[in-house]
Design a binder for this molecule. Structure first.
Ligand SMILES: [Fe+2]
Length: 189
């Protein structure tokens, strides 16, 4: 699967990255992640679940990636449109690039197996924030975007984070926690 296909799959958010070079690097990271992975058929990748940690109820990796990016952008807009004097700047290109790439390491962490998916050898050796940083670093993504990838999950707890990482983290957990609660029976219907 080439970067032109990722450019379609990651719409509308990929088109909202204004910096052309940054946009290109995001697409190249997806392309190289998939090339190195155990996915030989595009359908296998398109159906890849976004997590193996809970029943993700057929929400795919791509759906999750786009929803988290949209959520993080929403959180940014909520603050920017209501604060008279914003105490920090939120960099939208960085936020969108970070949102799209935050879980790119899952392409290395999860592999197709029989009729489903399992944790790959790569995934046993490192979680997706680590493999994601490696993949993005290789394509020359700036350190602030690497912070979004490497520190969006528990690896980032108590660590210095960019404000974009904080927003991505919150949007990510807002999509993950209700599924875990649904599984445990603690989500009130
Ligand atoms: Fe995520």
């Amino acid at each position: 699967m080439k970067k032109v296909q990722f450019a379609k799959l990651l719409r509308p958010w990929i088109d909202r990255i204004k910096d052309e070079e940054l946009r290109e690097k995001v697409l190249l990271t997806f392309e190289s992640a998939l090339k190195k992975s155990g996915y030989s058929k595009p359908e296998q990748f398109l159906k890849m679940p976004f997590t193996l940690l809970t029943n993700c109820r057929s929400i795919t990796f791509l759906e999750h990636t786009l929803a988290v990016t949209a959520g993080a952008v929403g959180l940014a807009q909520a603050q920017m449109s209501h604060y008279e004097k914003p105490p920090y700047e939120i960099e939208m290109d960085r936020l969108i690039a970070g949102g799209l790439l935050h879980d790119v390491g899952k392409i290395a962490e999860i592999e197709p197996y029989k009729d489903g998916y399992r944790k790959s050898r790569n995934g046993m050796c490192m979680r997706h924030p680590i493999s994601g940083v490696a993949l993005a670093y290789e394509q020359g993504l700036p350190p602030e975007v690497l912070n979004c990838i490497g520190c969006h999950a528990k690896e980032g707890e108590g660590r210095p984070q960019t404000v974009e990482t904080v927003l991505i983290h919150q949007a990510d957990y807002a999509t993950f926690d209700p599924l875990v609660m649904l599984e445990k029976g603690s989500l009130i219907a």
